[in-house]
Design a protein around this ligand. Structure first.
Ligand code: PGD
Length: 788
């Protein structure tokens, strides 16, 4: 990769270090320096396949989308806390830090004293930035625990909301399954056939929460392919597996993988190719499931002809694949994306059953690699020493929501819902506090989310840029970008621990989340408890000590903090590639049972069956999709992860904006669908359904299945007329179109990946993109609270 240089957008950009200093990000380790007033970023010299997302940094650092000073929404200043539909439509008033923090401190005190800490939603979901100390979610949780007496939290993630609830019932520990299982090393060496349902897209596996020093996935697939391993790629999008895998592409209808896997098992059973010994010894519930597959319980055999009509894959292709899987070291991969949809639990469960029917679970390079390729730290070895980690304190508030139920919670205080076998009640939330996330990017049905955010008394957001979430807040507190502060970077599946040096001074009056919380804690009488009397540098030394001590105890080189800080990164020891719980279980099923109710792989789960949820029965089942194409919305929209940025982060950076078309996000559609609508490559199109509409540029390609359109997430929501109930997003945020429902009553996970839409060419006057322009700001002096 070439080095990137970009002129800072403002004269105030500092030209400090002229020597490359180490830093890291979710998209990889890099070094940065200033040269002739320009910031240069350079990836790790040992990284075989760097992620170009780091190229967003230079242009983003001093971009006008950054927030320069604390702001309070005019309506909140004038009328005080309370529900307000003007959130997201209002002007802002700049305040001094002291004035803003005094106001916010008083509001936090009011909410705590009048309504209790259980009225504060501090779930604050989001990826924020790499760095073990400045991790915004850890900071906000620590602050709310220590200074407010707790908060209503969120559980699970938008990434894996369905699988993380399902897996403990059927396979055991979720973290073990995804982080200590089949590795890329094993694939390169042992796998003979890999079937990737939903693919293993490099754009996803090139990102890791925390840091990553080497991107190895492309090379591992190329090595496996060169050795003779066959890759089979089941997805509506060809780009979901890299060319290096040399894969057979089976283009299937989105959301139908469970039916395809059922038919594979049906073929195996009908032809006597399933591994009865494995099923008898290591699983429970096969006989119940087998009756379902053969159609003995519902009269419908789940054979290849049945699946062909559902999946759009020919029956011959299905039976041929089942036969190829038999007798080979076979690995079944199911991507996170398949479970980010209605009934998302089913393909995850069915993938495990298919791997079990093949008798491959627990073998090197074989079995079930759930979510392999979804993120860079899956399929790797774990570190053998603990990472520096900031304590979040104790949260005494028991209430929580599954993370993607936020709008439901705000719209239905006291309402009930089902989750993991229990009936739960939504709390009554008065204050929402967010740092390091962008719900107006990540949540489904943004127009509904706007109504939900209008319900509460006060919304507080720490942000580095004017995201739609910041625009929907009452208090907007400008946070530093990672490049502007020092930290320690690393993740528990990457051996490189990185001293992260600051390479720029803070933008405007931006402050570290830690500094903001320390000053707020002071106003709540908890400064000492929050800071423990430490400066940032002292915290870094303190957190590093845990890792250093563990290294010393293993008789390994354990440099002092000063030596670590002066270096380019410390290589940590890693655990052996031992296959984790599934290998141990295979080797010794009685001595090392799985942590499931039966100690075995649960093909039928008594526990889940006892919940009696129609949308998640006791074994994997084909459930007719609720959201299916129809006359008014005939196309299936795949709203997947973007390639040129992480989620919505630094959408205003050069690498991200460079990939847009006439300033809009780019959708992809099949030539036949385009011709039928009079759409040509490079047109601007309008995507719409009953929930909303957005504009996008369009590329026409046969690398996508007919009847499917793809638009990635992450373009900042940009409503042309914010006063409207469901305004047109002129920039291309697909979450104005997605449906805000849970995967099922079991997990209530995010279903943002798939929805249905119609599309037309947009011939009107093209509205300008305003997503990156700061909102209207009242002039100083117009408010009694204005900055002095
Ligand atoms: P990001 O854009 O990463 O998205 O949702 P998430 O909210 O994590 O948001 C992080 C925000 O933190 C950014 O706005 C960034 O500027 C800010 N930030 C970065 N560093 C700091 C810092 O140090 N301090 C503060 N205060 N702020 C900081 C991601 C979520 O989206 C996820 S994980 C998934 S998997 C989902 N995927 C889909 C999907 O597949 N399809 C749809 N339709 N929707 C999805 N949404 C989900």
């Amino acid at each position: 990769m070439t080095e990137v240089a970009a002129k800072p957008a403002s004269d105030s950009a500092p030209a400090t270090n002229t020597r490359f200093l180490p830093h890291t990000s979710h998209w990889g380790f890099f070094s940065a320096r200033w040269q002739d007033g320009e910031l240069e970023v350079r990836p790790h010299s040992d990284d075989p396949d760097p992620n170009r997302i780091i190229e967003n940094f230079p242009g983003a650092l001093r971009h006008r989308a950054r927030i320069a000073q604390p702001m309070v929404r005019r309506g909140w200043l004038e009328r005080g806390p309370g529900p307000d539909v003007r959130r997201g439509r209002d002007e802002f008033v700049p305040l001094s830090w002291n004035a803003a923090l005094d106001l916010l401190g008083a509001e936090l005190t009011r909410v705590r004293d009048r309504h209790g800490a259980g009225s504060v939603f501090g779930g604050s979901y989001g990826w924020s930035s790499a760095g073990r100390f400045h991790h915004a979610q850890s900071q906000v949780h620590r602050f709310l625990n220590i200074a407010m007496g707790g908060y209503v939290r969120s559980v699970n993630t938008y990434s894996s909301g369905a699988s993380s609830v399902l897996v403990p019932h059927i396979l055991g520990d979720y973290e073990e399954l995804v982080k200590r299982n089949v590795t890329w090393e094993q694939i390169a060496e042992h796998s003979e056939i890999v079937v990737a349902f939903g693919g293993m897209a490099l754009k996803n596996s090139m990102v890791a929460g925390g840091s990553i020093s080497k991107h190895i996935e492309r090379g591992a697939m190329a090595r496996a392919h060169a050795r003779g391993c066959q890759f089979v790629h089941v997805s509506p999008l060809r780009a979901d597996l890299p060319e290096e895998a040399g894969a057979q592409w089976i283009s299937s209808i989105p959301g139908t993988d469970t039916a395809l896997m059922l038919a594979l098992v049906h073929t195996l059973v009908s032809e006597g190719l399933h591994d009865r010994n494995f099923l008898d010894r290591y699983t429970v519930g096969w006989s119940i499931f087998e009756r379902y597959v053969l159609g003995e319980t519902d009269g419908q055999p789940k054979n290849a002809a049945w699946a062909a009509a559902i999946t759009g894959v020919t029956a011959d292709t299905i039976t041929a694949l089942a036969r190829r899987l038999h007798g080979r070291r076979a690995l079944i991969v199911v991507s996170h994306s398949l479970q980010r949809a209605e009934h998302g639990e089913q393909p995850v469960w069915m993938g495990a059953v298919l791997a079990a029917a093949l008798g491959q679970i627990g073998l090197p390079g074989g079995g079930y690699g759930y979510a392999l390729g979804a993120i860079a730290y899956y399929g790797r070895r774990n570190n053998a020493v603990p990472m520096p980690t900031l304590s979040q304190g104790r949260n005494p508030i028991p209430e929580f929501i599954p993370v993607a139920r936020i709008a439901d919670m705000l719209l239905n205080p006291g309402g009930s819902y089902r989750y993991n076998g229990k009936t739960k009640t939504y709390p009554d939330i008065r204050m929402v506090y967010w740092a390091g996330g962008n719900p107006f990017h990540h949540h489904q049905d943004i127009n509904r989310l706007r109504r939900a955010f209008a319900q509460v008394d006060t919304v507080v957001v720490h942000e580095l840029g004017w995201t739609a979430t910041a625009r929907h807040a009452d208090f907007v507190l400008p946070a530093t970008m990672t490049l502007e502060r020092e930290d320690i970077g690393g993740s528990s599946n990457d051996p490189l621990l990185v001293p992260m040096h600051p390479v720029a001074t803070p933008y405007g009056e931006a402050r570290d989340d830690y500094a903001i919380f320390a000053d707020l804690a002071e106003r709540l009488g908890a400064r000492e408890a929050f800071t423990e009397g430490r400066t940032v540098r002292q915290w870094l030394e303190h957190l590093y000590e845990r890792t250093r001590k563990a290294l010393a105890e293993m008789d390994l080189p354990a440099p002092s903090f000063d030596a670590f800080w002066a270096g380019d990164g410390l290589i940590l020891p890693q655990q052996p590639d031992d296959g984790g719980q599934l290998r141990h279980f295979r080797d010794n099923p009685e001595g090392q049972p799985l942590p499931t109710p039966s100690g075995k792989i649960e093909i039928f789960s008594e526990t889940i069956a006892s919940f009696q949820e129609p949308d998640c029965p006791g074994h994997p089942t084909w459930l007719t999709p609720v959201t299916a194409p129809g006359p008014s919305t005939p196309l299936i929209l795949v709203a997947n992860q973007p390639t040129t940025r992480l989620h919505s982060q630094l959408d205003f950076g050069g690498h991200s904006t460079g990939a847009k078309h006439r300033g809009r996000e780019v959708a992809r559609m099949h030539p036949d669908d385009a011709v039928a609508r009079g759409i040509a490559d490079g047109d601007i199109i309008r995507l719409f359904n009953a929930r909303g509409a957005c504009l996008a540029g369009v590329r026409i390609t046969d690398n996508i299945r007919r009847g499917v359109i793809q638009l990635p997430t992450g373009a900042w929501y940009d409503p042309v007329d914010p006063e409207e109930e469901a305004p047109l997003c002129v920039h291309g945020n697909p979450n104005v179109l997605t449906r805000d429902v849970g995967t099922s009553a079991l997990a209530q996970g995010c279903t943002g990946q798939l929805t249905t839409v119609e599309v037309e060419r947009f011939d009107g006057n093209l509205p300008p993109i305003q997503a990156y322009d700061p909102p209207v700001v009242s002039k100083a002096g117009e408010s009694e609270h204005s900055a002095k």
